[in-house]
Write a protein that binds this ligand. Sequence first.
Ligand code: NDP
Length: 401
Amino acid sequence: SHRVLIIGAGGVGRVVVHKCAQLPEVFGEIMLASRTKSKCDAIAAELKRPIQTAAVDADNVPELVKLLKEFKPEVVINVALPYQDLTIMDACLEAGVHYIDTANYEPRDVAKFEYHWQWAYQEKFKAAGLTALLGCGFDPGVTNVYTAYAMKHHFSKIDTLDIIDCNAGDHGKAFATNFNPEINLREVTANGRYWQDGKWVETKPLEIKRSFDFPDGIGPKNIYCLYHEELESLVKHFDIRRARFWMTFGDNYIKHMEVLVNVGMTRIDPVVHKGVEIIPIEFLKTLLPEPGTLGPDTKGKTCIGNWIEGTGKDGKFKRYYVYNIKDHEDCYAETNSQGVSYTTGVPAMIAARQLLTNPSEYRQPGVWNVEQLNPDPFMEDLNKYGLPWVETWPTEPLPGE
Ligand code: NDP
């Protein structure tokens, strides 16, 4: 069995730790390290088996390297924030450790959602004989695996890809975000973008709105077209004419968001307040409920899936919709976390399990987006470890097409 270091004791970190702890035959030794050690200890106390915990500043490469050399993990699962991706990758290179994350690197000053910083590590990881698996949450992550799976088994050519992310959960609060508020708000308030005919088409924030009738009793919800990072790697690795990403937002969420944007509370540049520089969105994060605390009260389901149209293996037109439905309360009962953290943390654990136990496919030296690897074992693990998927062949086009 193997040694794994999980960095980041937030909502996603909690799920990764719980899921890894459930598989002692794979994850023999677990350490959870984060900025605040007491948060790691609180998570450790929820488990049936002991794990180690540590404080680490993941912005600090020497500090990370020291921890890695002491604990000697084979793989790091980075579920801190996107700002820490490069420092953790640097530390992994220096200490000879494989690397997994769930979100692409972002500089603090501009929200970009681009992979080039991490793709630039390709040669370094190759030369070191190490593997970096990027974007192994749900979206990015499972949505990339769904696309690879569709391409491998059902399509000879994908014409259109629509990734549709629905959180039909209700946390009972006037306003809260389901994962890190700063990342969430940066994502939603940015201009939208989708891929069409070989180039990006830009939209205003939340400019394109449709209604989609979600399965399993969720019913119709408003979905908004926005940019999401997996689009960049998917259109690089597959020939797709049009690729879009949609997310549901309730009217109440939009109303709060509009006010916050209009008054400047989502700004990511520093402003001087009483002689102190503050970044408004960071201050807002201090005021909002921590996503990790929403778990006990969140009811309802998440539904994330890929709607794909194109030419099937038989040369005929095909329309395919593959998705997962997850119930927030089930997630909480199993891992003390709501569905958004759960659907991100489980794939991160699966990526680590594959890397450790399926080296010929998941431990090739270099930097990989998960759709570049064989999707079949990942899809099997999704069914085994809590995120079962459903395949359907819709007869009607996407609403609005
Ligand atoms: P949280 O804010 O709940 O947790 C982040 C954790 O990282 C916190 O425990 C925080 O510590 C810790 N941290 C932050 N900075 C540092 C640092 N410099 N050194 C050490 N630890 C640090 O976020 P989530 O759990 O919701 O999200 C985790 C990651 O997952 C994010 O990168 C997010 O973008 C990604 N994500 C990916 C999704 C996907 O589907 N692919 C979906 C949802 C999230 P402290 O508590 O002390 O501040």
